[in-house]
Design a protein around this ligand. Structure first.
Ligand code: 9MR
Length: 730
């Protein structure tokens, strides 16, 4: 198990109002809070200084001072609460406050490091009863129940009563709301493309289906095709093929087996918007620059990690103790994901995604991303990628090797704006993989930016060559799996693919013989690189093969590389055809990987390459069919892209798009890709809610589920490349 994050929020809950099924109690229910009714005294509750508790009508009330920065700067609470790991608790209270103010109700550790085991942040008004259930993930006699009320500019009034934490209650069984049993691409089917839906049913014979337009008129009918048991979901399913309908329109529905689908469109405009939104995502991930609210209304924020307190800044960062004797200015770049770390191998594959979209797309150079650089003579997609490239170049050590990553010394909690992160930042050791990532992407940058900024192209190529030479001198410096405190490990034990990728990009840019030789003699060159996961931050042979196949060059035996790409694409097509949800991903033993939505997107990128190479319709058909799963034709009936589809992900794990924890913060911007089902459910919330889940069901749209519901730069790079391709098909 990769426990890359010691999440500070170790558990969460749903309001009982949701009405989940319960199992019988196992143990006696025991109240843990003393005097939760405030009978004649507020003891043993405490409050922060300057905010005395007053009893009013038998309730505990406080005048909250204005002008504090953090929720925990003003609080009422009780310590010495006993908690037992694995036991389920019902946390309830009655609260009121001046309208619109928020209380952060927390069960956590009363002493350092003040771990949060459970938290909810309801918006207050008139007195209301609040009740939640969660399972404790730690045993302690030093627990705490607290009501954090700080962080408001103005003073306000807060009252609480009937505070209760009851142990020994039955755990809730989480049942996802999957809506109608007929699953469609909730965003849009292309008019000329395939249109297939999946029905969950126990029926085994074909069923009559009806397609209705927005006016409710039946425009087509047909019979479903029984497909039997779908391994990826454990469901019995049929498919419904209504591809014959090419009339553009919004608000179509499919009715079959007594169920009516969520509405969907036939048309392609959504993909034009999504291509732009998926790329706009990168601006709001930028480190080292204030995000301009006029460019991204609702997302403006102060610059992160620019040496302004409480940040310790990325301007002069030391290594971890004993790792190096110099400091580097590594400001800039993109934050990786929902954390504030910056990792070269993931930055590299993300940059490759954007630069490759630029190299393969006819139109993306004209797409405005409304970024500060918009309007200069460089296409916006390249201006955005340059923000990361400049950072990647800064990560190069004097000897040419590249530091694997820079991040906080210890994990921080949620929510936390980048500019509010108080942790010291550290450079972690150099690695061969990071060095080759820089070699590959800087070499690619040298050819891509040549016409826009020749001086930068020259500098990038020099850095790429220096990195490549350094990696050959240090071919097995591996980032260890254990280096996962304060940031992700991004450990990778196989670097032959990274050598191959770097050699391929250097060859494509320079045409030099030495790099061709390295490509041709690499074991990766003839190996089958098209496994269940075509490529990701760790597996980089396929990016090399796609570029060799698509970018004009004179590599001897190039036809064989192209044949490998086509054979890989045919493999994904065969998987997709056999899959009743149209997914080109069939992991061994149905164990879905971390970031599965991006794996699916990247496998489809291989199909786009095959389509480009051959013009054969079957590959286009496969790409379009594959989109459906991302946008709602799936077991959970939910789009994995925020803001796209009738029901979509909205609470991805992020420290600053954390509306689920603090209503004053925004949700993630539209067009971000959630990680998606992950069978290994590494985070405690998923472990509590999704235990025993089958494949597609191993996902929950909760901010605490960092192993199924994070957002990242590499996943959005996959989404951008895929949707950019689709946008140009219609
Ligand atoms: O996406 C990464 C996944 O492939 C790994 O299995 C996992 C564990 O090492 O880490 C994921 O990356 C996370 C990174 O370590 C830290 N930032 C957030 C990333 C996405 O969850």
């Amino acid at each position: 198990m990769h426990l890359w994050e010691r999440s500070l929020a170790l558990s969460a809950a749903t309001l009982l109002l949701v009405g989940a099924a319960v199992t019988p109690a196992q143990a006696d229910e025991v109240e843990q809070v003393v005097n939760g009714g405030f009978d004649g005294t507020s003891d043993p509750f405490w409050s922060t200084s300057g905010m005395p508790i007053a009893l009013s009508d038998g309730r505990a009330c406080v005048d909250v001072p204005g002008g504090t920065a953090n929720r925990w700067d003003a609080a009422v609470g009780q310590n010495d609460i006993d908690l037992v790991a694995g036991e389920t608790y019902r946390f309830s209270f009655d609260a009121s406050g001046d309208a619109g103010h928020v209380v952060r109700a927390v069960t956590g550790l009363a002493v350092s490091p003040y771990d949060t085991y459970f938290e909810q942040s309801p918006v207050l008004g008139a007195v209301q009863h609040y009740e939640y259930t969660f399972t404790a993930s730690a045993t302690t006699a030093q627990g705490q129940v607290a009501f954090q009320v700080g962080g408001s500019a103005e003073p306000w009034h807060f009252c609480v009563d009937n505070v209760s934490l009851v142990g020994g209650v039955p755990p809730e069984v989480y049942v996802p709301d999957t809506g109608p049993r007929i699953r469609v691409n909730q965003v849009s089917y292309l008019p000329s493309g395939p249109k297939v839906a999946t029905l969950v049913t126990t029926e085994t014979t074909p069923l009559l289906w009806e397609l209705r337009n927005a006016a409710g008129k039946v425009v087509d009918t047909g019979r479903s095709e029984p497909r039997g048991l779908d391994v990826s979901s454990g469901q019995n399913v049929h498919t419904v093929d209504f591809s014959g309908n090419s009339r553009k329109g919004t608000g179509y529905t499919l009715t079959v087996d007594g169920e009516t689908s969520r509405p969907f469109d036939i048309g392609g405009d959504a993909y034009d918007r999504l291509r732009a939104d998926s790329l706009k995502f990168f601006y709001t991930q930028r480190s080292g620059i204030a995000i301009d609210d006029t460019l991204r209304p609702g997302y403006g924020r102060a610059a992160g990690h620019v040496d302004v307190a409480p940040n310790q800044g990325d301007g002069n960062v030391p290594c971890q103790p004993g790792v190096c004797d110099y400091r580097l200015d590594v400001r800039g770049g993109w934050y990786d994901a929902g954390d504030h770390g910056k990792y070269v191998v993931n930055g590299g594959i993300s940059v490759w995604g954007l630069l490759s979209e630029y190299e393969q797309s006819k139109q993306v150079r004209k797409v405005s991303l409304t970024i500060p650089e918009s309007g200069d003579r460089t296409p916006d997609i390249l201006d955005e990628a340059r923000w990361e490239l400049d950072f990647l170049l800064k990560m190069q050590a004097p000897n040419g090797m590249v530091h694997h990553k820079i991040h906080d010394q210890a994990w921080t909690g949620l929510p936390l704006l980048p500019s509010a992160d108080p942790q010291p930042r550290e450079l972690h050791p150099v690695s061969t993989a990071a060095t080759l990532n820089l070699a590959a992407t800087a070499a690619q940058a040298a050819r891509v930016y040549k016409r826009y900024d020749p001086a930068f192209a020259t500098r990038a190529l020099a850095a790429a060559k220096k990195a490549y030479t350094a990696a050959k001198t240090n071919p097995i410096v591996l980032a260890p799996e254990s280096d996962g405190v304060g940031g992700g490990a991004y450990n990778d034990t196989k670097v032959s693919d990274d050598f191959y990728w770097a050699a391929a990009e250097l060859f494509l840019t320079t045409g030099e013989h030495q790099y061709a030789t390295d490509v041709l003699t690499s074991p990766e060159h003839t190996a089958d690189s098209f496994g269940p996961v075509a490529f990701d931050w760790a597996a980089t042979a396929v990016p090399a093969k796609l570029d060799l196949a698509l970018i004009p060059n004179k590599l001897p035996g190039l036809g064989k590389v192209k044949a490998q790409v086509l054979a890989g694409a045919d493999k994904y097509l065969a998987i997709q055809e056999a899959h009743p949800y149209g997914v080109a991903y069939a992991p061994p033993n149905n164990v879905w990987d971390w970031g599965s939505s991006s794996i699916i997107a990247n496998n489809l990128v291989v199909l786009t390459a095959a389509h480009q190479l051959t013009g054969t319709y079957k590959y286009e058909y496969g790409v379009l069919t594959g989109l459906d799963w991302l946008f709602g034709r799936n077991a959970l009936n939910r789009s994995y892209v925020t803001g796209y589809g009738e029901v979509s992900a909205q609470n991805e794990h992020s420290r600053w798009y954390a509306a689920q924890l603090d209503p004053a913060l925004p949700h993630p911007p539209a067009g971000s890709l959630a990680g998606g089902p992950n069978s290994s459910i590494q985070d405690p919330l998923a472990q509590e809610k999704l235990k025993g889940c089958v494949g597609q069901f191993c996902y929950i749209d909760d901010i605490q589920s960092w192993s199924t519901n994070e957002l990242t730069i590499n996943w959005n790079a996959a989404l951008a490349r895929l949707t950019g391709y689709v946008a140009e098909l219609h």
